[in-house]
Design a protein around this ligand. Structure first.
Ligand code: SF4
Length: 361
């Protein structure tokens, strides 16, 4: 874009944003803690899903010090159901570092903020621009799509090596005087006007400067690499009953769903029946012999890079003492205590059936 066109673009975009922006609880604040929490939650997650979680989180952890001092299980419990739990663990660790190394004041320099756990280029640019007015462009999926259409960019938006190019374009367009407002306006435009399917070009404030629209090629952008098919794994888990209690295990603190609680189990092997996989996995994971009493449920759940089909069995304890091979911890709990522990969303999908099963026993 020519410099005068860039000026017109900024002006039109910001005027539209100020007049039409959605009323969201993390807007109209410059509190870096709240902005940081909201941006971490918004990664990979839709605004409508984030809003109630954001309220709950900042009600419970009002400031950085209260988050830093919180128990990790409590943080995971408040985050429960939002997914990508490493975000919550990292946020708490980062809060502790800020408290210990920066006296509780969130650093406003790129190098210092960017090195905190869980802070990548996106979070750093978002927080530094919105909370501190620093001129860093935010480039997320929405922004890439807008830029790809606006300037008919041929580089695929889902190719890692394209990010540099999109950053350079965004940097050139960025309104240096109000970078936070500009970044939010770009993301808002992508979220509500320049949507992935059926963009609302007729109501778009930057239609005049949009090369894809002006050349009637909107449907060709953004360019995307074909996705590989998502693998699907079959899992078998068992709810082991013993003297009115059930066994739950805690996953290791890091990695997928790290620190969350679940029922013992694992992947079924090729040709293996799910019930047999359940008893084998329980023996391998917690060293207990169990008997399968009933098939409780089949649960399907999709993660970012794979899907699972999970067969859930109700089992009776037969013999053995718990010895952990994989899980970080275990508890025998009453079913009423389930809600005291953070569980992955896939587990919540069969909790009602489990409660019904127990009530009929
Ligand atoms: S004119 Fe259409 S394609 Fe172009 S930026 Fe606006 S909404 Fe997106």
């Amino acid at each position: 874009m020519k410099p005068n066109e860039v000026q017109s673009f900024r002006k039109a975009l910001i005027a539209w944003y100020l007049a039409h922006k959605r009323d969201l609880p993390w807007r109209d604040t410059t509190d870096p803690y709240r902005i940081w929490v909201s941006e971490v939650m918004l990664q990979q997650t839709q605004v409508a899903t984030v809003v109630p979680y954001f309220h709950r989180f900042v009600d419970r952890f009002k400031d950085l010090a209260s988050l830093a001092g919180a128990d990790s299980q409590e943080v995971l419990k408040v985050w429960e159901g939002l997914g990508y739990y490493a975000r919550a663990r990292n946020l708490r660790r980062a809060a502790q570092i800020v408290l210990n190394e920066y006296g509780g004041v969130i650093p406003n320099r790129w190098a210092e903020f960017r090195r905190l756990p869980g802070v990548g280029d996106y979070i750093a640019a978002a927080v530094l621009s919105m909370a501190f007015g620093q001129p860093y462009p935010v480039v997320d999926g929405n922004v890439k799509r807008v830029l790809a259409r606006l300037l008919i960019v041929q580089d695929p938006v889902n190719k890692a090596s394209s990010t540099k190019k999109f950053k350079a374009i965004a940097d050139n367009l960025l309104e240096q005087d109000v970078p936070g407002t500009f970044n939010q306006a770009m993301m808002e435009l992508g979220a509500v006007v320049c949507k992935p399917q059926q963009p609302v070009c007729d109501g778009c404030p930057v239609q005049k400067m949009c090369r894809a629209y002006q050349s009637a090629q909107v449907q060709n952008y953004p360019v995307k690499l074909k996705k590989q098919p998502t693998p699907e794994y079959h899992i078998a888990v068992g709810v082991v009953f013993k003297n009115g209690h059930v066994l739950i295990t805690r996953r290791k603190p890091s990695g997928l769903l790290g620190g969350l609680w679940e029922f013992p189990g694992g992947k079924t092997q090729r040709g293996e029946r799910p019930a047999a996989a359940c008893t084998r996995e329980i023996k391998e994971e917690v060293n207990l012999a169990v008997k399968v009493d009933a098939h409780l449920s089949r649960v399907k759940h999709a993660y970012t890079h794979f899907k699972i089909v999970m067969d859930v069995f109700c089992c009776s304890y037969v013999s053995g003492r718990v010895a952990l091979n994989g899980p970080a911890d275990h508890r025998w709990i009453k079913l009423e205590q389930l809600d005291d522990f953070p569980f992955p969303k896939a587990n919540h999908k069969f909790f009602d059936k489990l409660k019904q099963y127990v009530s009929k026993k």
